[in-house]
Design a protein around this ligand. Structure first.
Ligand code: ZN
Length: 412
C-alpha cells in the first residue's frame, strides 16, 4: 500500500498498555493502524515509543487581543482593570494590527501541537469589526495547519451599550460560527444571556459564554444557562468559561451543579492562567485559586476542558500557548494526585475539548484525519506531570512543526 506518511513505534494515547503501533497515512487520513506495518512511505518518522496523541484542541483563546500588554497602562493597586485598560487602546487597533499579533500567537499555538482552535473575537463600538476581520483572515491563511472557528463576543457590555447588537449580528452573518458574551460586564446578565440564545437559534450556532467569574457563589448565572439550554434543545452545543464562583460552592452544591451541567449538556472550560492571575484581587492575603476542579466534573459525566485564554494582555500578562504546561498548572491547582487523575488532565485539551467543539472524526483511528502530535513522554500522565515537550505535529498528514529533543553534552 502506498503511503504518504508512516509513523513507526507510536505509543497511542489512551492505549498506552498496548504494544507500539505504526500509523499509516494517505491523502490526509489514517488508513492503517497496527504494529509493524510493512512497506514504505513518502515520509517515515520513528516515534521511538513516544506518546502519539490526536492534535491538541485550543478551545478558548483570544487571538485578537493577544500581545498588547506593552501598549496598555499599568495596573494600579490590587485591581487589574483589564477591560478598561484594553478599551483605552481599541481605537488604535487596525485589522492589520490585529491580524499580525494574532498570527504571532497562533504560530506559537501551532508549535505546541494545536490543530483545532476556537478563538473569541470582540466587537463593540470602540473596536468595531476590525479585530474580528483581522482574525478572520487567519482562518484561510492557516488552514494548512489548523481548523479555526471564531466565537464573536461583547466584552464591555451589550444590552447597555448602543451599537453592540448590530455589530454582533454583522459578525454572525459574516463568518462567526459561535456566539459568545460576557454577561458579567453587562448591567443585565439575564438579558444578555437570553439574547445569546436567541441569536444561536436564529443563526444555528453554538454558544460559548464567559460566565460567573467571582470570588463567592452569589448570584450565579449557571442555572439560567442550563435552563435555556434545555428550553432551546441546545444540549451539547453550549459551553461556559471560567465559572470560578463554582469553587466557592460547598461539595454537595458543587456536585449538584456538576450533575446539572452533565444532564443539560453544558460544557465548562477552565482557564487556569487568567483565573489564577485575576482571582481574589479584593483580598490582601491568601487570594483563592479559583480553578474549577474539572476532574470532579468529568467524574459526574460533564464535559470539562482547559485552554490558554489570554496571552500577553492585561487579563494575563503571561502566555506560552502550551496546553501541556497549562494542564500541569491546572493539575497542581486542583491537587490532582493519582496517576489516573493526572492523566485525565491531558484529556482536557484533547478528547474533552473536541467534544465541546463537536469535532467530527476526532482521535487516532482508521478513517479519521491524520491530525497527530508526538510528545516526548512515555504516556499522558508523564507528559503532564513532567511538563514534557511536543516534538512534532501533523495536520491532515502534513508536518506542521519540528522540535529537536534536548541533548546532554557530557564531557568525553
Ligand atoms: Zn476568554
Amino acid at each position: 500500500m502506498a503511503l504518504d506518511l508512516l509513523i513507526r513505534n507510536a505509543r497511542l494515547a489512551w492505549r498506552e498498555t498496548e504494544p507500539l503501533h505504526d500509523i499509516g497515512v494517505r491523502d490526509g487520513r489514517i488508513v492503517a493502524l497496527q504494529p509493524g506495518i510493512a512497506g514504505d512511505a513518502g515520509e517515515v518518522v520513528d516515534a521511538a515509543g513516544r506518546l502519539v496523541s490526536p492534535g491538541f484542541v485550543e478551545s478558548h483563546i483570544h487571538l485578537d487581543k493577544s500581545c498588547i500588554i506593552d501598549r496598555c497602562g499599568c495596573e494600579e493597586g490590587r485591581n487589574a482593570f483589564a477591560v478598561k485598560r484594553i478599551s483605552a487602546i481599541k481605537p488604535e487597533i487596525t485589522a492589520d494590527d490585529a491580524h499580525s499579533r494574532a498570527a504571532r500567537t497562533l504560530e506559537r499555538c501551532l508549535m505546541n501541537g494545536a490543530t483545532i482552535m476556537r478563538t473569541h473575537a470582540e466587537v463593540d463600538p470602540r473596536i468595531g469589526l476590525r479585530g474580528f476581520e483581522g482574525v478572520k483572515r487567519l482562518v484561510a491563511e492557516y488552514a494548512w495547519a489548523i481548523d479555526i472557528e471564531i466565537c464573536v463576543m461583547a466584552q464591555e457590555g451589550w444590552t447597555n451599550l448602543p451599537g453592540v447588537d448590530e455589530l454582533m449580528v454583522a459578525a454572525l452573518q459574516n463568518g462567526a460560527r459561535v456566539v459568545g458574551g460576557a454577561p458579567g460586564y453587562d448591567t443585565d446578565h439575564p438579558g444578555q444571556i437570553r439574547r445569546i440564545f436567541e441569536l444561536a437559534r436564529e443563526y444555528d450556532l453554538d454558544v460559548d459564554i464567559h460566565l460567573d467569574f467571582g470570588n463567592d457563589a452569589n448570584d450565579m448565572d449557571v442555572p439560567l444557562v442550563c435552563d435555556l439550554t434545555e428550553q432551546y434543545g441546545w444540549g451539547g452545543r453550549v459551553a461556559i468559561g471560567h465559572v470560578t464562583k463554582m469553587c466557592a460552592l460547598p461539595p454537595d452544591a458543587f456536585d449538584h451543579m456538576a450533575r446539572r451541567l452533565a444532564d443539560t449538556g453544558v460544557a465548562l472550560t477552565i482557564l487556569p492562567a487568567t483565573d489564577l492571575f485575576l482571582m481574589g484581587r479584593n483580598q490582601e492575603m491568601n487570594p483563592p485559586r479559583g480553578i474549577v476542579d474539572g476532574n470532579r466534573l468529568i467524574r459526574h459525566g460533564a464535559t470539562a476542558n482547559l485552554s490558554t485564554n489570554n496571552v500577553m494582555n492585561p487579563f494575563t500578562p503571561y502566555g506560552d500557548c502550551n496546553l501541556i504546561r497549562m494542564a500541569n498548572l491546572y493539575g497542581l491547582c486542583v491537587q490532582a494526585a493519582s496517576a489516573e487523575e493526572i492523566a485525565r488532565c491531558f484529556d482536557m485539551f484533547t478528547i474533552q475539548a473536541a467534544k465541546l467543539m463537536r469535532v467530527p472524526d476526532y482521535g487516532i483511528a482508521v478513517g479519521n484525519p491524520a491530525d497527530l502530535v508526538i510528545v516526548n513522554a512515555p504516556d499522558r500522565r508523564h507528559a503532564i506531570a513532567e511538563n514534557r515537550e511536543t516534538l512534532m505535529s501533523f495536520k491532515r498528514g502534513r508536518r506542521v512543526f519540528t522540535r529537536e529533543p534536548a541533548v546532554l553534552h557530557r564531557p568525553s
